[in-house]
Design a protein around this ligand. Structure first.
Ligand SMILES: Nc1nc2c(ncn2[C@@H]2O[C@H](COP(=O)(O)OP(=O)(O)OP(=O)(O)O)[C@@H](O)[C@H]2O)c(=O)[nH]1
Ligand SMILES: [Mg+2]
Length: 369
């Protein structure tokens, strides 16, 4: 049995296939990994297949699947999942964009208990070398859409990832297009994911197959995964929506606290308006904090901020930021854009709400690594 299976989908990679196989092999021997290399080719018309067959003569751990119908990158990777002869799968491109040197690190992270390990371009330490602006924009758009579904993952559309067999074995994957990782995240059975930064290097040789169709397919895939999460309440995406909903409900309750305290202090205790209002705002922030800490984000067991007062402080600062955003948007839209102040305020509240949720999710109630 192998330690892991490196799955490499290929289409017309005659200029890269030899190099990638040799580099993966070198990493295997340098790190004493008993690995399998599985090439899944869509019947390339060039010399890719012949080259693999030639290398197979000296490499018993090199396997080849040649597919003849339903061509596609994602379909090929899923075929690789089915054919792999180990319990850990690692997917990477053939064109040397993904550094084989990271294989042992990713393997170690899976062995350390992660279900998924993602080579990430969009986090600190990661990046993309030599990409034209158009590709960067398309990729950023795709990543943004993907992150709506998986806010915690920096690069949910990376083509470089390792995954346990159990994550995908029974998952109802509907592979299509280029972004198989999104499908695995959306439909796989996983709890713990870890990202490792890497620098994506644009292919030096061979040709790109990215076309206009891939963008449409991707949009369909995002919608399909959103629907799936709606139907399967236990999945990660759904849990995220639940948090958003609860955070909103808590915000509404804060309005009631704020208004109630204000009416009481101003009307009955006869405090001056500024004093009454500051106390009312502060108390509503406090009650929002308590509800969010014990209800909205109660499933976050190990917080990056372990002490409640750290979270309170963070929540307080974020709330002040949200109030400032609300204030600026309301006044700017009303004064300079001539928008009715009531509409302007609603827009301000909406943006402030998004800010509050986003930043608190990422900072105050962030899970510790
Ligand atoms: N089996 C199979 N592999 C594919 C297909 N399309 C692309 N690939 C492979 O999937 C990997 C990623 O494809 P690339 O064309 O490099 O995609 P990209 O990295 O987004 O774009 P470029 O590097 O600019 O070409 C490479 O190993 C390709 O050979 C396909 O339809 N079937
Ligand atoms: Mg590439």
């Amino acid at each position: 049995m192998y330690d892991l299976t490196v799955i490499i989908p290929t289409f017309k990679e005659e200029s890269n296939i030899g190099t990638i196989i040799e580099s993966v092999d070198a990493v295997f021997s340098r790190n004493s990994i008993t690995g399998e290399i599985l090439i899944v080719d869509d019947n390339s018309p060039d010399r890719t297949i012949e080259q693999v067959r030639e290398l197979q003569k000296t490499k018993p751990h090199l396997s080849l699947v040649v597919r003849t119908d339903d061509p596609g990158l994602s379909q090929s990777v899923v075929e690789g999942f089915r054919r792999a002869r180990s319990d850990i799968f690692l997917v990477m491109d053939a064109d040397l964009s993904h550094p084989p040197a990271l294989l042992p690190v990713m393997l170690a992270e899976i062995r350390a208990g992660n279900d998924l390990v993602i080579g990430s371009r969009y986090m600190e330490g990661g990046g993309i070398k030599k990409w034209p602006l158009k590709r960067r924009i398309i990729s950023m758009g795709a990543t943004f859409l993907g992150r709506l579904l998986f806010p915690e993952i920096h690069d949910p559309v990376s083509g470089f990832f390792a995954v346990k067999r159990s994550v995908v074995e029974h998952a109802p994957l509907r592979p299509r297009g280029y972004k198989i990782l999104l499908e695995v995240l959306g439909k796989g059975t996983w709890q713990k994911a870890k990202e490792i930064p890497f620098e994506f290097v644009d292919r030096a040789t061979g040709s790109s197959k990215l076309g206009g169709r891939t963008i449409i397919e991707y949009a369909e895939q995002v919608i399909d995964n959103a629907r799936f999460s709606w139907n399967h309440h236990e999945c990660i995406v759904w849990q995220e929506w639940v948090k958003l909903f609860r955070f909103g409900a808590v915000g509404l309750s804060g309005i009631i606290v704020n208004e109630g305290v204000l009416i009481y202090l101003k009307g009955y205790v006869q405090f001056s308006l500024p004093v009454a209002s500051i106390i009312a705002i502060e108390l509503s922030i406090m009650s929002n904090f308590i509800l969010n800490d014990t209800w909205t984000f109660k499933t976050e067991q190990q917080h990056a901020m372990p002490h409640w007062w750290q979270r309170l402080l963070s929540f307080q600062v974020v709330s002040i930021g949200g109030a400032a955003i609300n204030f600026i948007i309301l006044n700017a839209l009303a004064a300079f854009a001539g928008i009715d102040y009531r509409i302007a305020n609603l827009l301000g509240i909406l943006v402030a709400f998004a800010w509050n949720f986003w930043v608190n999710r990422r900072v105050t109630w962030k899970k510790s690594e």
